[in-house]
Write a protein that binds this ligand. Structure first.
Ligand SMILES: Nc1ncnc2c1ncn2[C@@H]1O[C@H](COP(=O)(O)OS(=O)(=O)O)[C@@H](OP(=O)(O)O)[C@H]1O
Length: 351
């Protein structure tokens, strides 16, 4: 009798353990399966399994985007206290809901740091390069999330890596992570951008300035079309690719030169695009005459904070012929870009 009772207790314990093991295995397979689903993005990109979303139709796509609403705020509330975390909530790391995708040397750091002053925003301070660097991409989504700042659920997590815009994997996988992702893209007159690259290049190498974007063909100087920094400035090519995955209504493009000249207007437009409470204003910017740039005045700071000395380098001065060659080269790309974007920037040579 005793031994039968012991046996039945033992088999119940074994059954319970089997149940727990089964549950753990189910959870494990569920997580792995979803991981594989997301990571198959890389394979799908080069294989045949991935099908592009429905063709982009600008008129029907421009509509309000769904996003979890921010808690209601009234002006009195804003004046008294800029930010209130949701009650009984712990901060945690979250995937970004907004990406600053590029373009390098157009003002991506300024945009991110300006946004970082917003109390409803949590920015990853360093560039994560998850989508564009194979070694990071292989580390997986959990690694990506672990690079994000801790935030409350009513804050928006933002990450910037300036070469996301050109890497074909970025829009594809970003859409899989969150199809409502907001995209911020700073561009600049591509000739000015090229000069910024040249300034960086020569300050790093300590070399005498050359013009690697030019070549001599049969005694004639022409543009070396396959020079990589030129391709980065052919924005329309990149926009076309992004529009296969995200509607234009989810992509906000701003001119980095406007961001330098009038950060208040630009950042307020970004606030409105991201549907953030309108909190940033002239009180958050201070013009530093010796630097020739605006510096930030975060709500909690007592003195302005400027970007580092790697920003605002002196650009090489182009001679008139090379300038004309470059502007003629970029003009057709710029025109197609403005048409697709439905917005123009003043990117003609200035004296
Ligand atoms: N407030 C403020 N302070 C300093 N610099 C400013 C600011 N706003 C925009 N910029 C411009 O940002 C340019 C560098 O762009 P990025 O931050 O995108 O460069 S990077 O790709 O991350 O290296 C940098 O380009 P260069 O002038 O060629 O250095 C600046 O023109």
């Amino acid at each position: 009798m005793m031994s039968t009772m012991l046996m039945s207790r033992k088999s119940k314990a074994i059954a319970a353990w089997c149940g727990v093991l089964f549950l753990v295995l189910c959870i494990h397979f569920y997580i792995s399966y979803n991981g594989i689903e997301i990571f198959s993005g890389a394979r799908e990109l080069y294989g045949t399994r991935y099908r592009d979303p429905a063709p982009y139709d600008r008129d029907t796509q421009i509509k309000t985007i769904k996003r979890p609403p921010l808690p209601p705020l009234n002006p009195g509330h804003i004046r008294k206290q800029l930010y209130t975390p949701p009650p009984k909530e712990e901060k945690k790391q979250r995937f970004p809901q907004t990406l600053v995708i590029g373009t390098g040397k157009c003002g991506t750091r300024a945009l991110l740091d300006y946004l970082g002053m917003h109390p409803y925003v949590a920015c990853a301070t360093r560039e994560v390069h998850f989508f564009d660097k194979d070694e990071n991409f292989k580390r997986g989504l959990n690694w990506y999330k672990a690079q994000m700042p801790r935030s409350y659920s009513n804050q928006m997590t933002i990450e910037k890596s300036p070469s996301y815009v050109e890497h074909p994997r970025t829009p594809l996988v970003a859409r899989k992570i969150n199809k409502d992702m907001r995209i911020l893209w700073v561009v600049k007159d591509p000739v000015v951008r090229l000069m910024s690259v040249m300034a960086l290049h020569y300050s790093n190498l300590g070399e005498k300035y050359r013009e690697p974007f030019l070549q001599r063909v049969n005694g004639t100087i022409t543009i070396k079309k396959d020079y990589y920094p030129l391709w980065r400035g052919e924005y329309v090519l990149h926009l076309r690719r992004w529009l296969k995955y995200f509607p234009l209504a989810q992509i906000h493009v701003l001119d980095g030169t406007d961001l330098v000249k009038d950060p208040v207007t630009e950042i307020q437009e970004v606030e409105s695009f991201l549907e953030l409470p309108p909190l940033l204003g002239p009180q958050n910017f201070y013009y530093n005459v010796s630097k020739g740039f605006y510096c930030m005045v975060p709500f909690s700071a007592t003195s302005p904070q400027c970007l580092g000395s790697s920003k605002g380098r002196k650009h090489p001065v182009l001679n008139a012929t090379v300038k004309t060659l470059l502007y003629d080269f970029f003009r057709p790309y710029n025109e197609q870009f403005f048409k697709l974007l439905g917005k123009r920037f003043n990117w003609e040579p200035k004296d």
